[in-house]
Design a protein around this ligand. Structure first.
Ligand SMILES: [Zn+2]
Length: 221
């Protein structure tokens, strides 16, 4: 019984191209470049996580897209971790019709040098009020952070409604809950000896390739 008029669905491929265009405008999506990932592999295509949320109107627009996708579900909490994901998560929570609260977990290093996510103790009570959680991330590289957030929600007795993110770097990435990403794209990466950009003598761009803020979703994985 839709009371709202829905726009005619756009072909998924066209939509992705439009969304990639938005990210290109922010400078976050690099193409025709020559970047060395932390793993040592080379790539011509890259998403600079730190730049994705630098233009508030674009961040809001991307938040709208994710909120719209999950709009038919009741969501009590939007949960994120990390600075960029937090900005996006706020926008998703603001745009979602259930008017969920926005909360975040903090990444901490364990003694074994693993990164773990920890919930602020002040947020625990919210799970008793209603624990339907939408997890929001900015860029998914390994999916490790999302898996930890899922475990955190389950440990709190909550239910994961789904996972929303701007960019999924691998089409093979799957979780046990519905995953929606604005852009899904496999980046080709090359061993230095097989890198076509190296063969063409294109200089390496030293400004991209991973910074301290990339943490466990490091693009070099
Ligand atoms: Zn190269």
């Amino acid at each position: 019984m839709a009371t709202r008029e829905r726009p005619v669905p756009i072909d998924q491929g066209i939509l992705e191209r439009l969304n990639r265009g938005i990210l290109q405008r922010t400078g976050a999506y690099r193409t025709d470049d020559h970047i060395v990932l932390r793993s040592g592999r080379h790539t011509s295509e890259y998403v600079a996580k730190a730049l994705v949320t630098t233009e508030p109107t674009f961040t809001e627009g991307l938040g709208d897209i994710i909120a719209e996708h999950f709009s038919r579900f009741q969501v009590d909490l939007v949960l994120t971790t990390g600075y960029g994901a937090g900005l996006l998560g706020h926008c998703v929570a603001r745009a979602h019709p259930s008017r969920p609260r926005f909360i975040f977990a903090t990444k901490v290093k364990t003694a074994g040098r693993r990164t773990e996510v920890v919930l602020q103790p002040e947020y625990r009570a919210f799970f008793a009020e209603g624990g339907r959680v939408l997890i929001v991330e900015d860029i998914l590289t390994t999916g490790e952070t999302v898996k930890q957030l899922i475990k955190l929600v389950e440990n709190m007795g909550g239910t994961v409604v789904g996972v929303g993110a701007i960019w999924r770097r691998s089409t093979r990435m799957k979780f046990k809950y519905p995953l929606f990403t604005v852009v899904t794209r496999d980046f080709p990466t090359y061993a230095p000896t097989e890198c076509p950009m190296c063969k063409q003598g294109i200089p390496i761009n030293p400004d991209f390739g991973g910074g301290p803020e990339e943490e466990s979703e490091d693009q070099g994985d």
